[in-house]
Structures are given as C-alpha cells and as structure tokens.
Design a protein around this ligand. Structure first.
Ligand SMILES: [Zn+2]
Ligand SMILES: [Zn+2]
Length: 169
C-alpha cells in the first residue's frame, strides 16, 4: 500500500518535470523567460484539485514572495499561450492547466447554489464530447481546437440538502 503511494507520487513528480520542459520551451520560443515564479505557479496549478482564481493562487503562494500583480500577469500570459484554460464566472476568472492537465478532456458543471465548478470527465461523457466535435468538423466544416462547455444547475449534494429541507416543512 505504502509502496503504491510512493510510486504514484514519483510518477506525478516525473510528469511535472517532463511537462515543465515542454512549457519552458514554449515560453522561450515566444520570447519569455522561464522564471522561478512561473515554475512555482505552474506547480501549484499542477497539484490543484480544483479550478483556482488568481486571488486563490496568490493566497497559496504569497509566502514565496509572489505578488498578486505577478499572478494576474502570469495567468494572462499562460492563457494567451494556451497553457491554461480560463473559465469566466460572474466576472471572476478561474484557471486549470490545459496542456498537461490530469483531465484533458472534460466539460464543466457549475452549481448555482454552492458555486462549485465540477469537472465531468466520465469516459461516456468524453465519447459524446468527441462525437460532438466530429459533427462540428464534418457537418459544419470547422477545425475544432478547443471546447468550452459549461452546464449550470444544482449539484447532487445541494439537491440532497434541498430535498431534506423541503421534507421537514
Ligand atoms: Zn452545489
Ligand atoms: Zn475543469
């Protein structure tokens, strides 16, 4: 059990180093330096288990001497270069890694009650997603580079809470 976790941890670390090499090249190709701050921000995004906004990234990293302005600037650059995906919700931008995200193919569901942004990435959904892309390419003649689908409604957890509170009344 312990060994398993160790291997997993190693694999994750290795992946980060592999992918960071690719991003470093991408930045340099576009005339940007791969700074220590960029590396730290990337690592934070890599390890994040949810979508983060600039303020949340800043809160996690401020002890590393990274200012809020740097976070905003870096996220804008990462978005321009296609390293991150930007998800805009009520005037706030949330980010997740696009190039080497752990879940490259997924759609989003936003709960209007708890405001959670949930990744929907079951293989069945992913297949539908590919299918939809094919339709757009074949029937409409587009070349699809990126997909941005956001469903909104009430999540399972909030639905339960709502159900329980109505039952009591
Ligand atoms: Zn909810
Ligand atoms: Zn996501």
């Amino acid at each position: 059990m312990k060994d398993d976790a160790g291997i997993k941890e190693n694999k994750k670390a290795k992946n980060f180093e592999d992918e960071i090499f690719f991003i470093k090249k991408l930045l340099e190709k576009n005339g940007y330096k791969f700074t220590k701050q960029k590396r730290i921000i990337l690592k934070e995004l890599f390890n994040a288990d949810k979508h983060l906004n600039a303020k949340e990234i800043y809160e996690k990293l401020k002890q590393n001497n990274i200012g809020l302005a740097t976070v905003y600037r870096t996220m804008k650059l990462f978005n321009d270069l296609g390293i991150v995906k930007e998800i805009a919700i009520e005037g706030e931008n949330y980010y997740e890694l696009k190039i080497f995200g752990k879940k490259p193919l997924h759609i989003h569901f936003r709960c209007i009650k708890c405001r959670d942004i949930i990744d929907v990435d079951e293989s069945r959904v992913a297949l539908e997603y590919l299918h939809l892309t094919k339709i757009l390419e074949n029937i409409n003649g587009f070349d699809v580079y990126d997909v941005d689908i956001m469903f909104s409604g009430i999540c399972k957890r909030c639905k339960e809470v709502l159900k329980n509170s109505t039952n009591k009344n």
